[in-house]
Every structure is written in C-alpha cells, then in structure tokens.
Design a protein around this ligand. Structure first.
Ligand code: MV4
Length: 452
C-alpha cells in the first residue's frame, strides 16, 4: 500500500480523499493556491505545499508545479479528484514517467474516452447500444445532409472533444442543420481547439442515467448500479439519486446496462473507477453517450446504497490490490439522494455568490451524510466552481429519503452568502419530482413555469 498520496485538488473532494487516506493509514500531501491558504483540505492534510496564485491555470492546472510538489513531498501516488487534471491523459502519462502512480485509468483509456467519436465507435464495437448517428466525425455540410437523409430529424451535432454540453447544437431541418454544423464547429474550435463534430439522432427529453464501474489490475470489473442525474441546469447536476426512480428501471434492465458498461470498460483495459453515461427514452431504451474516466461528484449516493467506499477502492486498486468485493456479493439497499449546495443566488439567475460564510450549521441525525469543506468564518474564493458541499440522505424507501432530505435542507444554516438551498427545496416539493416523473428538461420546465 502507498505511504503517501498527493491530492491534486481542492474543496470537498480533496477533503473526501484525505478522509479515506487517514482511515487507511496513508499520509497526505495537499497542494493549494494562494486563495486556499485557509481551506480545510490544507488544514486536514499532514503536509501542504502552495503551488501558485489563485487562478486555476497558475495552480491546480499547473502540471509542472504539482509534479514538483510530488517530488519534494516524496509521494507514491497522486489522486486527481474530479475536474482540474482528473481526465488529462498527458498528466497521467507524466505521473507514470515520474514513477508516481496516477490514481485513475491508464493514459490510453483516458484518451479513448476523451474523443467522443472514438468512444462511440468503441462502445458500438463492444455491443453497447449507441444513439443512431454518423460513422465518426462529419467534415462537410454535404456529409451532414447525407446523414440527415438517412436518419431523419431531429438531430444533434456534438463536438468530438466536447462533453458537458459545449459545442452542441440541435437541428430540426436541412436549413438549421447547416447552421448548427457551422456554429458547433466554431464553438468547438474556440473551446477545445478542435473543430471536429459528429451527428446523432436527438433523443427528446431523455433521462440521464449513468452506471458506476470500478476495475482492478487483476481483470476484475464490477458495476454498482445506476444514478439518475436528470435534475440539472445548464449541464450542471443539481440532484442525483440511486437507484433511478424511473418506473421502467427494473433489476433486469439495471443488470443489462451494468453488463454493457463492464463490456465497454473491458474493451479499453479500464482500471480504477469510471462512469458510463446513457440517455434513456420513455420506453426504457438506453443509449451510450460518454464515459467519465474519474470519480464523480455524485459517487456518494452509490456508496450509500451499495455499502462500498469508492475512494478507498480507487486507492486499493491503484496500489495493485484486488477489489475488496465481488459482483455477486454486491447488494443494493435502500435509496440515496444527493443535493448539491452551490454558492449562487437562485433568485438572480444563479449568479455566483462568493464571500464570507458567517455561520455554517450542518444537518445531522440518522441517514444523513454531509460532504463539505465549509466552516463558519470560511471565505469562499471567487476563482473556482461554486459547489460548496453535498447533502446526502439515505432511506429505506425513496419517500423516506426525500422526507429526510427536506428535513436536512430545513436544518442547514448558511449565513453570509446566497445558496441554492431554496431552489432545491422547491424542486423537492414538485409533485412530478416526488413521483419520479422527470427528464433532463425538468429544471428548465419548472423555471419557465415560475417566471410565468
Ligand atoms: C444528447 C441529448 C439528446 N440526444 N444526445 C448533454 C451533455 C452531453 N453529456 C450530452 N448531452 C445530451 N446529449 C442526444 N443524441 C441531450 C443531451 C442533454 C443532456 C444530457 C444529459 C443531461 C442533461 C442534458 C441536458 C440537455 C441536453
């Protein structure tokens, strides 16, 4: 097992990884920017090294400074968390070359999923259902129109280097298709330095359902059920749950999707934790869209339902150990729901609201988990994303988990800044949410209704 791990991240996920390390007897080295001097991950780690100014580009994204910190601190491994360098194949490669274990998949596996057209093709070859679409990238208007003739409308154009919704355009006829092709290419060029796009049939009002997998270096790959992440705004998830409340989500379907996810992972010699994303239509048809080659924000709901500490397992498998459990011993128990708390003003179009948290009181009690780096007196810097914590409610039934989450949101006190808690409360009160009847369009639908 590793003696010492560097955590190349900040905020709640840095703290989450440090907590796992401490329970495993592994020493921790935090890195931090000048804006994070007073942050909890710095205080809780055994050691900490400042790696530069507030701007991410000058600190949490600076590969050479992080590697230098790793060398100075003499660590065995680096945990990248999520965001920042977590899905940067180049960074994973440099770690490898410096004889530092990157706690994540190998660079080739990261690369194979970073190119969305390649990922699609890999999934198709592995027998995983993909959305009907173009064979690889489309280079010209004419090629676009040929695909449209074959598939019919509506369509969606996506950036090969995309993900998270950037460089994505819908098209409903030949005229809008040609326009969408060019705007998507321009946006992709600006955002990713790569104008390549591909075409898919548009799935209207789908659910976003993702399968958690984890693989060790001994050829064992397991799936740990699904998460329903349909409640999101502008491609930022707000509420996630396990299992999906979709009535069509049967044990049989779950097993099928789990096996598909494992098959895909096998095909790219995947190691460590990953998530295979699917879109699902009203009939329960599911289609692969992307794979995330990192631990995700919402991993906690899977942990609660399956009784597995995913971060500890990540560290174990990275150290060459076998997974501590087998597929057939995994059993889902109850329902877990996660609400993300963002320092944003939901009444002002979710404008960021950084600054001093004058008072923070976290909810407690049975079935409650709070993953947050916030404390009373903490100053939220304006330089990073606005998520300041996650509340996770566990219950025997969805009803109980929802009631518990409502109670947790009522119990939470955050003074000094605006948060998304009031908005999350209003979502929990929506009858269609409580019934489990929602798609990725749900949040926009209720916001439109509220404005009217
Ligand atoms: C789609 C889609 C409909 N049809 N693909 C958005 C981000 C990227 N991960 C994939 N996305 C979508 N791909 C087809 N063929 C709708 C979305 C989408 C979406 C997906 C998941 C969660 C929220 C979403 C919000 C808007 C659009």
């Amino acid at each position: 097992m590793f003696d010492k791990i560097l955590i190349a991240n900040r905020g709640e996920i840095a703290l989450r990884v440090i907590r796992a390390c401490q329970e495993m007897g592994i020493r921790t080295l935090a890195v931090y920017s000048e804006a994070d001097v007073d942050s909890l991950h710095v205080q809780r780690a055994d050691e900490a090294i400042c790696i530069g100014p507030a701007a991410s580009m000058e600190s949490y994204l600076k590969i050479d400074r992080i590697i230098s910190a790793a060398e100075v601190g003499d660590v065995d491994a680096i945990h990248p968390g999520y965001g920042f360098l977590a899905e940067n194949a180049h960074f994973a490669e440099i770690c490898e070359n410096c004889n530092i274990k990157f706690i994540g998949p190998n660079p080739a596996a990261i690369r194979s999923m970073a190119d969305k057209a390649v990922a699609r093709e890999t999934a198709r070859k592995a027998g995983v259902p993909v959305v009907p679409g173009s064979e690889g990238p489309v280079e010209t208007e004419a090629e676009c129109l040929r695909v449209a003739k074959k598939l019919g409308y509506p369509l969606i154009i996506k950036a090969v280097a995309g993900g998270g919704g950037r460089g994505m355009r819908e098209a409903h006829n030949d005229v809008s298709l040609v326009k969408a092709f060019h705007t998507a290419r321009m946006e992709a060029e600006r955002a990713f330095n790569d104008p390549s796009v591909y075409v898919e049939k548009l799935i209207v009002n789908p659910r976003h359902i993702e399968i958690q997998i984890i693989a060790d270096s001994h050829g064992h790959i397991v799936h740990l059920g699904e998460r329903d992440c349909s409640i999101q705004r502008k491609h930022q998830k707000i509420i996630e749950e396990c299992p999906s409340p979709f009535p069509g989500m049967t044990d049989d379907l779950r097993k099928k999707m789990g096996k598909a996810a494992v098959k895909l992972a096998e095909n790219v010699k995947y190691e460590n934790a990953g998530t295979v994303e699917f879109l699902m239509d009203e009939k329960g048809n599911y289609f692969f869209i992307e794979m995330n080659t990192r631990i995700q924000v919402e991993h906690a709901v899977t942990e609660e339902v399956y009784g597995v500490d995913l971060v500890k397992e990540q560290i174990r498998v990275a150290a060459g150990e076998k997974l501590s459990f087998e597929q057939k011993k995994l059993e889902a128990r109850g329902v877990a729901i996660e609400v993300r708390i963002n320092a944003e003003d939901p009444y002002e179009n979710f404008r960021p609201s950084p600054g001093m948290v004058e008072l923070f009181y976290a909810p407690g009690g049975y079935g409650v988990r709070v993953d947050s780096h916030v404390y009373s007196g903490y100053v939220i810097p304006p330089h990073y994303d606005s998520m300041i914590g996650k509340l996770i409610a566990f219950g025997k039934t969805r009803r109980e988990a929802l009631d518990r989450m409502t109670r947790m949101l009522d119990e939470t006190i955050i003074r000094g800044i605006k948060t998304t808690i009031p908005f999350c409360k209003s979502v929990l009160l929506e009858p269609d949410f409580r019934r489990g009847r929602f798609s990725t369009a749900f949040v926009d639908q209720i916001l439109t209704k509220k404005r009217a």
